[in-house]
Unconditional design. Structure first.
Lengths: 163, 85
């Protein structure tokens, strides 16, 4: 079981992780523009999410979440086509993870609203799904760090002089 | 509402596959590789570009001549008017 406070703490941690990914992919010399686009949109989405969460009610909560993830993908696709940037493998991996997240949101909406019409009986399922999505978000952050094409020696090589 | 979002998932997937296919087939996204290939060929045959242009020029001239001929054939030739001229 995941308590709400722990979930929010992890979400904040992930927000910081996305911000770190943004900085890594922006400051890198041979920067991966495809990675930069998806990281920026994900970061904006994280911040916008907090306002949208209050606007949604019981019946549209998970639908809104799935819709948000899909809109994220669509905007990044349009931007890639508009600026003529080729998709990297890491970006496609992140897309796959996000589509999995959207499908899991849709499944939980089905079970929660149509089958049971309450949260009480399926708390375990909701918790399992949130753990699933948190793991996938963590994997997406790992993919973004990998996609920033950072060379650890050139970026943090000076740290070795400290020790 | 739910069906709409399922449809949206399918739409996004199709759009993703279409864009990936477009990127694979379009030459704009392979500029660097094409340039590398061009320089490779140039090291083998320095006159590659010029000979290619000459061939293209010949081809263009041929196409234009054929067009003119085909246009001439289409016109109904009135010999009486030609004689007056």
């Amino acid at each position: 079981m995941i308590s709400l406070e722990l979930g929010y703490f992890i979400a904040k941690f992930y927000l910081a992780g996305y911000f770190l990914c943004f900085i890594l992919s922006y400051k890198n010399k041979n920067r991966n523009l495809s990675n930069l686009i998806i990281t920026t949109i994900a970061l904006v989405n994280c911040i916008f999410n907090q306002y949208l969460k209050e606007a949604l009610d019981f019946y549209t909560f998970y639908l809104g979440a799935a819709f948000q993830v899909l809109v994220l993908l669509l905007i990044s696709l349009i931007l890639h086509l508009y600026f003529r940037i080729k998709h990297e493998k890491s970006t496609i991996l992140v897309y796959g993870l996000y589509i999995l997240i959207a499908i899991s949101f849709m499944v939980i909406h089905r079970v929660r609203v149509v089958v049971f019409d309450s949260d009480e009986h399926i708390l375990w399922l909701i918790n399992a799904q949130s753990a699933f999505t948190l793991i996938l978000y963590f994997l997406s952050i790992c993919a973004l760090v990998y996609g920033s094409k950072i060379l650890w020696k050139s970026q943090f090589g000076r740290l070795s002089s400290l020790f | 509402m739910e069906i709409a979002i399922w449809a949206f998932i399918v739409f996004v997937l199709v759009a993703l596959f279409k864009t990936l296919k477009y990127e694979k087939s379009n030459a704009i996204y392979n500029e660097k590789e094409l340039l590398k290939r061009y320089f490779e060929i140039k090291t083998i045959n320095p006159n590659y570009r010029i000979s290619y242009l000459r061939d293209w020029e010949k081809h263009a001239v041929n196409v234009l001549e054929e067009e003119i001929n085909s246009k001439k054939n289409r016109v109904v030739q009135l010999k009486s008017i030609d004689d007056i001229k």
